[in-house]
Design a protein around this ligand. Structure first.
Ligand code: ZN
Length: 697
């Protein structure tokens, strides 16, 4: 429900005065960059330990997201990493290069489906290459197939009385390699098999046609009926049914397999809890200690009521400087928006920059009162909008290596209603984005004139961050459902509509004179930079992220298209904004920013109505009409223009390394932060040090 992903077009013109090397690696459609953790050295030793223990707790969940994304991801990853590290074959030639890129992409996506489009990757190497490479890996470096999948001969070869000769070992090796190849080839090469991780195509069975590992042998109808039956409209504080489980059909019966210690993903969760126990001992205060303990309890019991208690404690903790997310949180990975993908981040507050979000949250009621929405959908009293700017210390699970620039949690509607939500802008990440994309030529290619380019250079960083602040801090927390409306009434359109609502709230108020009055923007012109970049992205430049022939599928991209195209549609008659051709290139021209702001308010009113009333047909019509289709001709033009710039549409990150420093008594006396690991090293290390799950779960 609630992360903000960076759009395209960030292009800060600020001079890079530091020598920090942001650029790490580049392949396919991704650039890998590094982020700094400024201020870590000023934390107390206790806080540093807390960050370190929570970071370990974060990294131990890595295997979970691979398995959630696709049931065969762990097997595939282990086979490919074994080849990469141990195959006695040539590391030259096209096959090897394509193989290396494939593995790097797999790490970006936490699996074999693209992290954004969710399409399965097409391997650029041959089947013969994989077969040969597997055979060239020593048997003890290959992943062992789960019991029951081995051939009878292999089991026989492991009996104690059997004496193994060289020849027998070699034959065993070959047999295992053959076995693995037989499993791997269709998974990698059959383009039609599990082609999409999350299928959102209207009219298909979204559950059966999605490769994600949240349902087994269950149809969309069955899954929807199962969770519909649990929904009690009279319950004003319902748990998030289905959030932490896989729904399976066994012997004709639907049942949930819970992700908990003693249930699914147990070994990973045990390791996470081990580090949470250590973190608890160095918590900053008693409340934070209780928060960590309640998370531990939840991982033990799998009880969603405990998770709600944890969330309530967590959202109320405004004192601690160090903070974290660790759990089954966002539901974008499930076509039905029910199941939580595992993610973790650890962060600490950036006190100086948080003054900005403090001003916003201090004025939360003013914004709510002045939102251009029907009074019935307005919150009479905005509760506990807490916002801060944070410095990310580690990212893991679904939040790594691609990540959000803002977070607003918890997701449970009734907790947000009764206790508010915690909202953050992650400024060391936005900074890494900006610094690494300087001088890319992007704005020069896609913006109409120098006026827009200069406005972006002058105001872009400030208004971009403010957009995130407003989206997270106020947008998601604003408005209310009418009594009795099912929070999931919009079903598969829920995420898009929620993101649109938060973005519209941000856009509408960015242009409000109140922001000048509060000193948040330098002048009354500043918002225009963000308006232009946002609309240009939604109409034109975000199409660079879609393969030719594709549609818009990802929630945030749909949301941006929805807003920009609806506004273009309504604004075209009076030429508020228009698309114009120049030298056969399409540009956006905004002629009347004030009128555009009014239209933004109208759309916000309608999106809020749809959410508040749970008007599914209206959500469906709006999303299908504005947010999905791509004009193939325009798409090709944008792709061609973008290709000439030679840029990567996606960014991923490497994490820093935290190393404890010990004294002679084996006590930690300091934690140091290091930035010297490259992308491949990081993933191979994670696979070795944080291997938590069996191949099949
Ligand atoms: Zn959001």
């Amino acid at each position: 429900m609630s992360i903000v992903l960076l759009g395209l077009g960030c292009n800060s013109k600020q001079a890079d005065t530091e020598n920090f090397n942001y650029k790490v690696d580049r392949f396919a459609d991704v650039e890998i960059i590094r982020y700094q953790v400024p201020g870590f050295e000023y934390l107390s030793l206790r806080q540093k330990k807390l960050v370190y223990y929570l970071s370990e707790a974060a990294l131990w969940g890595r295997d979970i997201i691979y398995d959630q994304n696709y049931r065969h991801n762990l097997l595939i990853r282990q086979c490919l990493e074994a080849i990469y590290q141990h195959a006695g074959i040539s590391r030259q030639g096209e096959d090897w290069q394509a193989f290396e890129i494939y593995l790097k992409r797999l790490w970006v996506a936490n699996g074999i489906h693209h992290h954004y489009s969710s399409d399965k990757f097409a391997p650029g190497f041959s089947k013969e290459f994989i077969v040969k490479a597997l055979k060239a890996v020593p048997a003890d470096k290959l992943p062992c197939l789960p019991l029951g999948q081995q051939t009878p001969d292999q089991n026989q070869a492991q009996t104690p009385e059997h004496t193994e000769s060289q020849a027998q070992l070699a034959s065993q090796n070959k047999q295992l390699a053959d076995e693995l190849a037989a499993r791997l080839l269709p998974l990698l090469f059959d383009a039609g098999l599990d082609a999409k991780r999350v299928n959102q195509a209207q009219g298909e069975d979204l559950v059966l046609s999605s490769a994600c590992n949240f349902y087994r042998d269950v149809t969309q109808k069955e899954a929807e009926a199962f969770y519909e039956a649990l929904n009690n409209p009279d319950d004003t504080s319902p748990v998030s049914y289905g959030l932490n489980s896989r729904l399976v059909k066994e012997e004709g019966q639907l049942r949930e397999k819970i992700w908990k210690i003693g249930g699914l993903y147990s070994t990973a969760l045990e390791n996470i809890v081990h580090w949470l126990e250590l973190a608890k001992e160095v918590a900053e205060n008693d409340r934070q200690k209780d928060i960590i303990q309640s998370l531990i309890d939840y991982y033990h019991s799998g009880d969603l009521k405990t998770f709600d208690q944890y969330s309530i404690l967590w959202v109320q903790d405004l004192q601690s400087q160090v903070d974290f997310v660790n759990g089954f949180i966002e539901s974008y990975g499930d076509p039905l928006g029910i199941k939580g993908s595992w993610e973790a981040i650890v962060n600490f507050k950036n006190e100086e920059a948080s003054k900005r979000t403090q001003i916003i949250s201090d004025n939360a009621q003013w914004f709510e009162d002045h939102a251009p929405i029907n009074d019935a959908f307005r919150k009479k009293q905005v509760k506990g909008v807490s916002a801060k700017v944070i410095t990310n210390a580690i990212m893991a699970g679904d939040a790594y290596p691609t990540t959000a620039i803002g977070i607003n949690l918890p997701n449970a509607n009734w907790i947000r209603r009764d206790y508010g939500s915690k909202s953050v802008t992650i400024e060391n990440i936005t900074e890494a984005y900006f610094k690494s994309s300087q001088g890319s030529g992007f704005n020069e290619e896609f913006m109409w004139s120098n006026a827009e380019i200069e406005a972006s250079a002058r105001y872009g960083f400030v208004t971009g961050n403010l957009h995130t602040d407003l989206h997270e801090c106020l947008g998601h927390g604003s408005g209310q459902l009418l009594p009795g409306v099912d929070p999931n009434a919009l079903r598969s359109y829920g995420s898009v509509m929620e993101e649109a609502r938060a973005d519209l709230f941000a856009l509408y108020f960015l242009a409000d004179p109140k922001l000048v009055e509060l000193g948040l923007v330098p002048d009354a012109e500043a918002y225009k930079a963000e308006y232009y970049e946002y609309m240009m992205n939604g109409l034109l430049s975000q199409l660079t992220r879609i393969e030719p022939g594709g549609q818009i599928e990802e929630s945030h991209m749909r949301n941006r298209a929805l807003i920009a195209r609806w506004l273009l549609d309504r604004g075209s008659r009076d030429k508020v904004m228009e698309l114009k051709k120049r030298h056969n290139k399409t540009y956006l021209l905004i002629n009347d920013y004030e009128a555009l702001r009014q239209l933004t308010g109208q759309l916000l009113a309608e999106v809020q109505r749809i959410k508040s009333e749970g008007d599914y047909p209206a959500a469906q019509t709006m999303v299908e009409n504005y947010a999905v289709q791509v004009d193939p001709q325009l798409h090709q033009e944008i792709l061609d223009r973008y290709a000439k710039l030679n840029l990567s549409p996606y960014k991923g990150f490497v994490n820093p390394i935290y190393k404890p420093v010990y004294n002679n008594n084996n006590e930690i006396v300091d934690i140091t932060v290091h930035y010297d690991e490259n992308y491949v090293e990081q993933h191979l290390r994670y696979s070795k040090d944080y291997a938590a799950l069996p191949l099949e779960n």
